[in-house]
Ligand binder design. Structure first.
Ligand code: SF4
Length: 311
């Protein structure tokens, strides 16, 4: 699946446009120091515990920005057939995203630069920021020109398909990541460009087998590993995250498997466990879509403390 989003540019100016769900000026949890956080629209996954279903849809067919009329494809308004999960995979009502050129966003961010003094900077999250990789690349390039630290908070699920490294174009069918013996590569020029201007990657390893990953997120763990291989090639520092969902990802075996995967990447600096909670329920109600984890209990601090010993 190639070029899911094409020509995210204004017809009048040629500038890349980013579709932004929200901005947070003084974030303290998504990377080091004080962060200006940019949450982008668009996500190819449908994680069972997603807290941001209002970011799934990138944009409707056309939109007006301050810079002109834009045009975008909308495949990522729903999970594709190969990404079908066992539950809800449907569309969600259109979200009226804000649109910015990288230059417009940098002007906004520069007002907060004094707060980045102690290791802070800018984190781009989502949604899935790899869906708008070209926009993020331009944004990070400009931020580097201003000496600002850049962090990409991602699931690692890039929109394109995977290829085996034999170059015959066949899809990768490696089912068990612990037995992975061949490097997975993808046509990755745009991600090479993005990673060359990224100072830190925060990546969420959601499940530790391809089967479970597909079942509960609609995405592919193999893609995550392929993306982390690229992170390694670029020597970008890496933080791994894992959401602890009672009954699904809270076993010692699951956390240990996640730790094994995380530690196989040489630039790893940190592993974080995030407790599952249900603060997102009002969002699902407002969007009129079912929340698949409504009956799952929230994760308590004791569980996080117990599992942290495995890190
Ligand atoms: S990757 Fe993030 S935004 Fe996308 S469905 Fe999963 S939790 Fe939601």
């Amino acid at each position: 699946m190639n070029n899911i989003i094409e020509n995210i540019k204004t017809e009048n100016t040629g500038h890349i446009i980013g579709y932004v769900h929200s901005l947070q000026s003084m974030g303290a949890v998504d990377g080091p120091g004080i962060r200006f956080c940019v949450f982008l629209q668009g996500c190819p996954l449908r994680c069972m515990y997603c807290h941001n279903p209002d970011t799934w849809q990138i944009k409707s067919e056309t939109n007006h920005s301050s810079s002109g009329v834009i045009s975008v494809k909308t495949e990522y308004t729903q999970a594709s057939p190969m990404h079908k999960t066992d539950d809800y995979t449907g569309d969600v009502p259109s979200n009226p995203a804000m649109s910015y050129t990288p230059e417009e966003l940098v002007l906004k961010i520069l007002r907060y630069k004094p707060y980045f003094a102690n290791g802070g900077g800018v984190t781009v999250s989502g949604g899935e920021p790899l869906v708008q990789a070209e926009f993020v690349t331009e944004l990070f390039t400009l931020l580097h020109e201003h000496g600002i630290h850049t962090c990409l908070d991602t699931s690692g699920n890039f929109p394109e398909g995977l290829r085996c490294d034999n170059g015959d174009g066949s899809l990768c069918h490696i089912e068990d990541v612990t037995k992975r013996t061949v490097p997975i590569v993808t046509s990755a020029v745009k991600y090479d460009r993005l990673l060359s201007v990224t100072d830190l990657v925060i990546c969420d390893i959601k499940f530790t087998t391809e089967t479970e990953y597909r079942k509960y997120t609609g995405g592919s763990l193999n893609k995550v590993l392929a993306f982390l291989d690229m992170v390694t090639r670029h020597s970008v520092p890496l933080w791994i995250r894992h959401v602890v969902v009672p009954g699904y990802t809270d076993s010692a075996e699951e956390v240990s498997a996640m730790v094994r995967i995380a530690k196989s990447y040489p630039t790893l600096q940190k592993i974080e466990l995030l407790p599952f909670h249900k603060l997102c329920i009002p969002k699902y109600e407002a969007l009129g879509i079912p929340f698949r984890c409504a009956d799952i209990p929230e994760c308590d601090g004791e569980t996080i403390e117990r599992l942290s010993k495995l890190l």
